[in-house]
Design a protein around this ligand. Structure first.
Ligand code: UDP
Length: 252
């Protein structure tokens, strides 16, 4: 049987929330089952989100995270950890993927996730703010072997693995059965840490795999872009001066 995909999405209320969640839901609805969408909000679940999730037809769990965000660099971190807790405590078997609500995903990406045995990674396209152009971040591969990393941001050069949050997925069993996966530490996992911005992914991945030899480059040669992380919200100038945006554009 096809492997279950466990898609983890932190979300919060802002003008484009309904637009983002609908867009993601519509891709997930096209993915053959079994798919489980874990959507995590802060403090309380919103009725609008619950309504949207019910309408998608995708099996979902709607969770709340009670830990407060104390720093802007922690965007989504505690929510993803709440989902990891849920996956571990219920031993949900599948491929775990952190899919932020605002990214764009191809259907092919979700098909490819099912090929992952242990830990899969691939390059993600993003915009480099200072360079006004699209760049890649993530694996450079020879067939499915990861042999290097695309990285363009000076401040992040010291990272062990140059992977975006939306550029990797892993078998959930690594969370509770490290020995089977030959992880030397042998301790069960673990969470995303609240560390320096840009280092969250590598700090987490270093707990899942020892090195590149335990990674699977997804799609031969990692030569196809399957998702985009464009940070368009940070382009405030996109809105004409004086425009007013409501917090929630799901209803009038
Ligand atoms: N997020 C959240 N609460 C916040 C800020 C962000 O739930 O206060 C979610 C957001 O909906 C997205 C993810 O965390 O799914 C990453 O947020 P963002 O896109 O702002 O971070 P960036 O991609 O710029 O690092």
């Amino acid at each position: 049987p096809p492997k279950q995909l466990i898609v983890v999405t932190p979300t919060y209320n802002r003008a484009f929330q309904a637009y983002y969640l609908n867009r993601l839901a519509q891709v997930l609805a096209l993915v053959p089952p079994p798919v489980l969408w874990i959507v995590v909000e802060m403090k309380s679940t919103a009725a609008e989100t619950a309504g949207l999730l019910r309408k998608t037809g995708v099996p979902f769990r709607h969770l709340v995270c009670n830990r407060n965000m104390t720093d802007v660099k922690d965007r989504g971190v505690h929510q993803r950890n709440a989902a990891l807790d849920h996956i571990q405590s219920h031993q949900l078997d599948g491929i775990v993927y952190f899919a932020d609500d605002d990214n764009i995903y191809t259907l092919e990406l979700f098909h490819r996730l099912r090929e992952i045995r242990r830990f899969g990674t691939w390059p993600v396209a993003m915009l480099a703010p200072s360079k006004n152009k699209a760049i890649l971040e993530g694996a450079i591969c020879n067939a499915s072997q990861v042999i290097g990393w695309h990285t363009n941001e000076k401040s992040k050069k010291l990272r062990r693995f140059h992977v975006d949050m939306s550029g990797f997925a892993f078998n959930s069993a690594i969370l509770w059965d490290p020995k089977r996966w030959k992880r030397s530490t042998g301790t069960p996992i673990r969470q995303l840490d609240s560390v320096r911005e840009g280092f969250q992914e590598t700090t987490f991945i270093e707990q899942l795999v020892e090195d590149e030899s335990q990674m699977e480059g997804i799609l031969p040669g990692c030569a196809t872009i399957m998702n985009w992380h464009l940070h368009l919200e940070s382009f405030k100038q996109r809105y004409p001066k004086g425009w007013f945006l409501q917090k929630d554009l799901s209803a009038v």
